[in-house]
Design a protein around this ligand. Structure first.
Ligand code: ADP
Length: 486
C-alpha cells in the first residue's frame, strides 16, 4: 500500500498539517491563557487596591463587621468576585458571602501573609467545592505611614477565561479539520495528475517488455513528467524502427541467401536426376562455383557489417596520403586487367586522420571497386583528394554506366541494386555502399553521389572532419625530432 507515491504524498501532507496546527494551537493557547490570566489578575488587583483605600477609615476605628461585610458585598458586585476583609491578625472582618461566610472566624492564607510582607499575594487554585479554577489576590490596606490595618482578599472564578480558551481551542480544531479536508482533496487531485502519467508510462514500459513495441503515450504536461513521457515516446519509436529495420534486414538476408542456394540446389538436382555429358556437367559445376562464390561474398559482407563497430573502434592517427597511395597500388592490377585508366589528383599536403585505417580502406575499396565494376573497358576513373582547414574531401569519378535518376535515392540502402542480374554477375551484394555510409557517418562525415548520368558515369564523394589539434601536435613533434639547423 505504502508503495504508492500518491498515498505517501497524502499521508506526508496531512501529517505536516496536523503537526503545524498542533504546534500553532499549543503556542497560541498558551499565549492566550497567559494574557487572559495576567489581565484578570491586574484587574482584580487594581480593584483590590482601590477598595483597600476606601476601607482604611473603617479599619482605623473599631471595624463594624456588618458594615465591612456590606462594603465587601458592594465591591464583590462590581467585579464579580468574593471579597473578604481580614485584620492583620487574620480575623475575618467582613465577607461578601453573608450566609455561611467567614465573618468573625480566623483565616490562614499564604496570600494574606504575602500581602502584608510583599504588598501582594496571588495564587490560582482549583476549588473542589465549586469545581472550578479560582484566582486569589490579596492586597494590604495601610495607613499613610505604612502601618498595616488589614488585608483585602479577593477570589475570582476563572471560568470565563477558560471558557474563552475552550472556544478558541474548538475553533482551532475545526479549522485543522477543515484544513485537513481541503489539503487532502488538493493532494489527491494533484497526486492524481502526477501519478496518472507515471502509471501510463509504467504500463507502456511493461507492454514493451512483453514485446508490444508500438507504444506511444499522450503528453499531458510540459513539466518533468511530460518531458519523461516525450523521451519515452522517442525511445519507443526508435526501438520500433530498429526492430523493423532488423526484421527487414533478416528478411533481406534470407532472400539474398535463398536465391543462390536455390540455384545450387537446382543444379545439383539436375545433375543427380539426368545423365549428363561431361561438357554439360562442367557448365552446371561452373554455375555452382559462381553461386558459391557469390554466397562467400555475401557472407563476407555480412560479417563485415557485424564487425564494423569493432573495426571502427580501432582508432589510430595515420597519414591519409599514404593510405590512399597504398589503396591505389593494390587496385592497379584490376584496373589494368580491365584496360581502364586511373587518374589521381591528390593534394600534396593531406591531413592526418584519427580513425580506423581499416574502415577507411574499406570505404575506398568499395567506391573504387564499384567504379571498376560498372565502367566498361576503355573507360577511366579518377581519385581526387583535397583538404581545407576543417575537412578532407575524397571523390571517386568514373565513366561507367551511371545510375538512373529514380534509383539515386536508394543506392545507399542495404541490398539495393539498380540492375540485380548485372550486379550479381559482377559479384555485387548490394551491401558495399551501405557499409561505406555507416563507416563515414560513424566518424561524423558525409557520403553521397555528387552526380551521375546514365552511360556517362558517376561521381561519388565523402567528406571527413579534420581534427586540428592532431595536426598541430604532430607538427610540433616533427619540429622537436628534426630541429632546423641554426
Ligand atoms: P554492389 O555490391 O551491388 O555494387 P553497392 O552497395 O556497392 O552494391 O552499390 C549499390 C548499387 O549502386 C549497385 O548495385 C549499382 O547498381 C549502383 N552503383 C554503385 N556504384 C556505381 C557506379 N560507380 N556506377 C554505376 N552504378 C553504381
Amino acid at each position: 500500500m505504502l508503495n504508492s507515491i500518491r498515498l505517501r504524498m497524502t499521508i506526508t501532507y496531512l501529517l505536516l498539517i496536523v503537526a503545524i496546527m498542533l504546534v500553532t494551537g499549543i503556542v497560541l493557547l498558551n499565549m492566550l491563557e497567559k494574557h487572559y490570566l495576567s489581565s484578570e489578575e491586574e484587574n482584580i488587583e487594581r480593584t483590590g487596591r482601590l477598595a483597600a483605600q476606601s476601607i482604611i477609615s473603617y479599619l482605623r476605628d473599631d471595624a463594624d463587621p456588618v458594615l465591612l461585610s456590606s462594603v465587601a458585598e458592594n465591591i464583590s458586585h462590581q467585579i464579580n468576585a468574593r471579597v473578604i476583609i481580614v485584620s492583620t491578625d487574620n480575623l475575618v472582618l467582613g465577607d461578601s458571602v453573608r450566609i455561611g461566610g467567614l465573618s468573625g472566624s480566623k483565616i490562614e492564607r499564604p496570600e494574606i501573609q504575602d500581602a502584608l510582607k510583599l504588598e501582594k499575594g496571588c495564587s490560582i487554585q482549583y476549588s473542589h467545592i465549586s469545581k472550578q479554577w479560582v484566582l486569589q489576590v490579596a492586597v494590604p490596606a495601610r495607613e499613610e505611614d505604612g502601618t498595616p490595618l488589614g488585608v483585602i482578599f479577593l477570589a475570582s472564578s476563572l471560568n470565563p477565561v477558560y471558557a474563552t480558551l475552550a472556544a478558541v481551542q474548538r475553533f482551532l480544531l475545526m479549522f485543522t479539520f477543515l484544513a485537513l479536508l481541503f489539503a487532502g482533496a488538493l493532494v489527491v487531485f494533484f497526486s492524481h495528475h502526477l501519478t496518472v502519467p507515471i502509471k501510463r508510462l509504467t504500463s507502456a514500459a511493461q507492454q514493451m517488455a512483453e514485446g508490444k513495441l508500438d507504444q506511444q503515450i499522450p503528453i499531458t504536461s510540459r513539466d518533468e513528467i511530460g518531458r519523461l513521457a516525450q523521451q519515452f515516446n522517442v525511445m519507443a519509436s526508435r526501438i520500433m524502427e530498429t526492430n523493423q529495420r532488423l526484421t527487414r534486414f533478416v528478411a533481406d538476408v534470407s532472400h539474398e541467401l535463398r536465391t543462390p542456394l536455390a540455384s545450387i540446389h537446382l543444379c545439383l538436382q539436375s545433375m543427380q536426376e539426368y545423365e549428363m555429358k561431361p561438357e554439360e556437367q562442367k557448365e552446371f559445376l561452373d554455375d555452382i562455383y559462381h553461386e558459391t562464390q557469390r554466397l562467400i561474398y555475401l557472407v563476407e559482407d555480412l560479417l563485415e557489417m557485424t564487425r564494423r563497430q569493432e573495426v571502427a573502434e580501432k582508432v589510430e592517427v595515420f597519414s591519409l596520403k599514404a593510405l590512399l597511395e597504398g589503396v591505389l597500388d593494390s587496385i592497379q592490377p584490376r584496373v589494368d586487367r580491365k584496360e581502364l585508366k586511373l587518374f589521381t589528383e591528390i593534394d600534396e599536403k593531406l591531413p592526418l586522420l584519427n580513425m580506423s585505417p581499416e574502415a577507411l580502406k574499406r570505404v575506398l575499396f568499395n567506391l573504387l571497386d564499384n567504379a571498376i565494376k560498372y565502367t566498361p573497358s576503355g573507360g577511366w576513373l579518377k581519385l581526387i583528394a583535397k583538404s581545407d582547414e576543417n575537412n578532407v574531401r575524397v571523390t571517386v569519378q568514373d565513366t561507367g554506366c551511371g545510375i538512373p535518376e529514380e534509383a539515386i535515392p536508394y543506392i545507399f540502402e542495404r541490398f539495393y541494386r539498380v540492375d540485380k542480374a548485372r550486379s550479381r554477375y559482377l559479384g555485387g551484394t548490394g551491401l558495399g555502399l551501405a557499409i561505406c555510409k555507416e563507416i563515414i557517418e560513424h566518424y561524423g562525415g558525409e557520403i553521397g553521389l555528387e552526380e551521375s548520368q546514365e552511360d556517362k558515369g558517376s561521381t561519388f564523394y565523402f567528406i571527413l572532419p579534420v581534427e586540428r589539434s592532431i595536426q598541430e601536435y604532430h607538427e610540433e613533434l616533427q619540429l622537436v625530432e628534426s630541429p632546423e639547423p641554426v
